[in-house]
Write a protein that binds this ligand. Structure first.
Ligand SMILES: Nc1ncnc2c1ncn2[C@@H]1O[C@H](COP(=O)(O)OP(=O)(O)OP(=O)(O)O)[C@@H](O)[C@H]1O
Ligand SMILES: [Mg+2]
Ligand SMILES: [Zn+2]
Length: 261
């Protein structure tokens, strides 16, 4: 129940206020409603605690030894927000080494989309998501596969963090295809981060069981995004996303002493 102190002084709880500076133009949604919607969207975006501090405004490319790709990625992220059009479904594929700031930028973009446009976003850790889906096959778990996937299909903007981080199998490939194809068909925007280089699957066929078929080859070769999610899905991603590359040192190692965070 609302107490007297919670009633908004601007609209007295009606949710509407007169248009500031032009009362003759009638009423508009009150600030308290705009704030409440943004708060609900933030909660609904499921940004993990560990990344709550990430904003585009506190991302820096101004540190000793910063790779030039970091500044370019920051610009690309800001431009993405500025030019965002939910109807064109154009997303981002952020590719780069460990700790280069991929997730920071993705979360920063989500926050801007929520505050600027009221966009319904969802942050998903790829490993976590696949685990939840697998869990849903367990009889003792209430949620069905579709219940887990529904928000992932429906989010206006989905962040799929650490794509490829699960060891590939036919099931993993099928699940990634289902997610990406559904979003592609619905023209929905997807922002993806990955540690795997955006390169094709192994020439000898790649596939989930490459290591079994050719252990020596698999052991010496660095795995690619094509290996991890399948070549067809990698090429689908190129249709869905603009590519942003981030290179350089692990930010966590570089600034262990804490002044940047
Ligand atoms: N350029 C930057 N400016 C400010 N903070 C940064 C920057 N790059 C990274 N960080 C911070 O460093 C930490 C690691 O960054 P982040 O998690 O975004 O890296 P990542 O590329 O996603 O790493 P991983 O490959 O392990 O997922 C985070 O706390 C993030 O806020
Ligand atoms: Mg990350
Ligand atoms: Zn109000």
């Amino acid at each position: 129940m609302k107490t007297a102190t919670e009633v908004c002084p601007l609209c007295a709880g009606s949710g509407w206020k007169t248009v500031p500076g032009a009362p003759e133009r009638g009423v508009t949604r009150c600030d308290c409603q705009v704030r409440a919607r943004a708060a609900a969207l933030f909660t609904g975006a499921h940004i993990p605690k560990r990344y709550e501090h990430c904003e585009l405004s506190n991302f820096t490319s101004d540190f000793p030894g910063a790779d030039p790709s970091i500044a370019l990625a920051h610009i690309a992220a800001a431009r993405f927000v500025q030019e965002f059009d939910p109807r064109d479904g154009q997303g981002l594929l952020v590719v780069g080494g460990i700790g280069t700031g991929k997730t920071h930028l993705a979360v920063g973009i989500v926050k801007e989309l929520v505050t600027k446009y009221g966009t319904a976003c969802l942050f998903c850790d790829y490993r976590e998501l696949l685990k939840q889906i697998q869990n849903s096959y367990n009889d003792s778990v209430q949620a069905t596969e579709l219940q887990v996937l529904r928000p992932v299909f429906d989010a206006e903007v989905l962040v799929l963090d650490e794509l490829g981080a699960v060891k590939p199998s036919e099931w993993v490939w099928d699940t990634v295809s289902l997610i990406l194809n559904t979003r592609y068909n619905d023209n929905r925007t997807t922002i993806i981060t990955t540690n795997f280089p955006d390169e094709p699957a192994a020439g000898i066929g790649g596939g989930p069981d490459l290591a079994r078929r050719s252990p020596a080859f698999a052991a010496t070769r660095r795995e690619t995004l094509g290996d991890r999610i399948g070549e067809r899905m990698r090429s689908r991603l190129h249709e869905m996303c603009r590519i942003v590359r981030m290179e350089g040192a692990d930010f966590r190692q570089k600034f262990k002493s804490a002044s940047f965070r």
